[in-house]
Design a protein around this ligand. Structure first.
Ligand code: AMP
Ligand code: ZN
Length: 113
């Protein structure tokens, strides 16, 4: 298995884990674009948003839920934050294991580049 996020999930690769349960892990992005930049990743290997099916609806719902609860826990909810799924190469997806970026702690512009 060459997937780096599966390696992090399996403990083969180190990361700064900030959330962990039976379905999802959250760890700090190695190349943060803001003071808070956490990746929320389902343990199940799904390549990208395009590939998730109705059987994964609860899992993807939980992914968003865990991210927003973490944002609340660290106090980001009052100032705001961004949740991002990059889907496919034109969106800049580099790791093909579905993940939700939680980005916050600075003022961001819209639209993104
Ligand atoms: P994406 O472009 O949506 O596929 O985002 C992939 C993200 O994974 C990027 O923000 C990378 O900085 C991050 N990343 C890549 N390798 C690692 C790693 N070993 N640990 C933590 N984050 C990583
Ligand atoms: Zn994977």
């Amino acid at each position: 298995m060459e997937c780096i996020f599966c390696k992090i999930i399996n403990g083969e690769l180190n990361s700064e884990i900030v959330f962990d349960n039976e379905n999802i892990i959250g760890f700090n992005d190695i190349n943060p674009v803001a003071p808070t930049h956490v990746l929320f990743v389902p343990r199940k290997h799904i390549e990208k948003v395009d590939d998730f099916e109705t059987e994964d609806l609860a899992l993807i719902g939980e992914l968003i839920y865990r991210a927003k609860e973490y944002a609340k826990k660290i106090g980001l909810n009052s100032s705001g934050y961004r949740l991002v799924f990059n889907n496919g190469k034109d969106a800049g997806q580099a790791v093909f294991h579905i993940h939700l970026h939680l980005i916050g702690g600075r003022i961001m512009s819209w639209p993104p580049g």
